[in-house]
Write a new protein. Structure first.
Ligand code: ASP
Ligand code: MG
Length: 469
């Protein structure tokens, strides 16, 4: 049976206009596919507010988290007031929203009792920050029903089973597949459209978890694999994967097709469109992924699939990410430093360090690693300061200098890499490059520069890509 999964991001859900677009897209695709499954994020900005509420609850600022809940309530109620719903449907939805927000307030209140164990606290935080998806899915399902589609909101915590790394949980695909075939497939077979919460899952013991920021993409990919979907479409308010970051560069445009390897590297090296874990399962199951703009549904967007080798011969995109560079005026084994780096990064961002780039000469050692985008924008300063302090306390590590760097990565597969690299470097003569590395997938070349020269370097590389399209 032909199955399509469509995931709608927060930017495609925040307003009545956006939701009207969503509805018309679903009505159209419902005619074309035998089975349709929707995955929804929280409304635009809601998860940020929930994270703040969880923070205030943990420090006991009752007035502050209550205010956030009141704001969220009025935002969701105003939205449903403006949607074309019947009065009965609207009243039921209102009651659902109130119940979910009451549950969330209860969870906030519970932080006051101080003797909970770590797991309970972490799961409670996840339950709070996962409330946004439970709200949005109810609204979408009601909207579908009003248009005579059989939409049902379903919480993914019923069938996406994860480990207990709260905030960054990873799915157990075998268990999830089993639960999906028991609980979800029978519904899909009855011409019902499940509207599944993105972002959340639960441990085998039933404690709520979340999959990391932007995790609804990952939900779509997990469910794609577990339902044997034919295609996955990710809808947001951008036109597709772009040749560069449009906030910084002029003249960026949509990349029509990318291989799984290329897009995984793009996501890892800072392109903020996709969750960086979502590609691996899709590649294994060979499920094509489209990225499309909800406000321009007729445009092709970007297709990510298994590209035949003959078509791999281009730099397609340039991306950038913040990182930390460590330099010492001597050469020698890096292992003792690496464990300090890894522990520090893990304590602050919950992610392990990948040493992306390192270089050694007879007189100097240098290496740089990426700060995951999921860690937030201020993590870099925190990592830098903590690392400096910890290295200073370590007898073998006092000579290391720690500085922020920008890691610029060019993506695209090539048959003859040396020629491609030589051409690219010919436009970078004026740039001071701290280190260079080719990624293991052979479709990336990363260049480390000082943050102050990053914009200029990005612009030169982007121009080079556009000139060679
Ligand atoms: N709502 C969650 C977030 O903002 C998950 C998602 O949007 O994909 O990170
Ligand atoms: Mg996203």
């Amino acid at each position: 049976m032909r199955t399509l999964i469509m995931k709608f991001g927060g930017s495609a859900l925040g307003t009545t206009t956006a939701l009207t677009q969503v509805l018309s897209i679903v009505l159209q695709e419902h005619e074309r596919w035998e089975r349709l499954l929707l995955v929804a994020s929280a409304l635009d900005g809601v998860t940020d507010q929930l994270i703040e509420a969880a923070h205030f609850a943990q420090i006991g600022s009752q007035r502050k988290y209550r205010r956030i809940v009141a704001n969220l309530r009025s935002r969701h109620l105003t939205l449903i007031d403006n949607l074309p719903l019947g009065s009965h449907e609207r009243a039921t939805l209102q009651a659902d929203i109130d119940r979910l927000l009451f549950d969330m307030l209860d969870q906030c209140q519970l932080f006051a009792s101080r003797n909970d164990n770590k797991e309970t606290v972490a799961s409670r935080v996840d339950a709070i920050i996962g409330t946004g998806e439970r709200l949005s899915t109810r609204i979408i399902a009601a909207l579908l029903r009003k248009s005579n589609l059989r939409g049902i909101a379903i919480d993914a915590s019923d069938f996406i089973i994860t480990n207990n790394i709260h905030g960054h949980a990873a799915p157990d695909i075998a268990l999830t597949k089993q639960r999906v075939s028991e609980h979800l497939l029978p519904i899909m077979g009855r011409n019902i459209i499940p509207v599944v919460t993105g972002f959340i899952g639960s441990t085998e013991q039933g404690n709520l978890t979340t999959l990391g920021r932007g995790g609804s993409d990952y939900t779509a990919s997990i469910l794609g694999v577990c339902t044997n979907a034919d295609e996955i479409w990710i809808w947001s308010d951008v036109d597709g994967m772009m040749t560069g970051d449009p906030r910084i560069l002029d003249g960026t445009h949509v990349i029509p097709t990318l291989s799984y390897e290329e897009v995984a590297e793009l996501a890892y090296f800072g392109a903020r469109i996709l969750h960086n874990q979502m590609i691996v399962p899709l590649k294994e199951a060979n499920i094509p992924l489209y990225i499309k703009n909800v406000f321009k549904p007729q445009e092709a967007g970007t297709l990510i699939h298994d590209i035949p080798h003959t078509k791999k011969n281009k730099f397609k995109a340039v991306t950038w990410i913040q990182g930390i560079g460590l330099r010492a005026q001597h050469s020698g084994p890096l292992s003792s430093i690496l464990s300090v780096v890894d522990d520090t990064l893990y304590d602050i961002t919950n992610a392990h360090a990948d040493v992306t780039i390192s270089s050694q000469s007879s007189t100097e050692s240098f290496f740089a690693f990426v700060i995951p985008t999921s860690a937030g924008t201020d993590a870099i300063h925190n990592v830098q300061l903590t690392l400096q302090t910890r290295l200073a306390q370590n007898d073998n590590a006092q000579s290391w200098e720690v500085n922020p760097v920008t890691i610029i990565t060019v993506i695209g597969q090539h048959d003859h890499i040396p020629t491609a690299v030589a051409e690219l470097f010919s436009v970078l003569k004026e740039v001071t490059i701290l280190a260079v590395a080719q990624g293991p997938s052979k479709c990336t070349l990363s260049i480390v520069v000082e943050p102050s020269t990053a914009e200029k370097t990005l612009a030169l590389i982007h121009q080079f890509i556009c000139d060679n399209l």
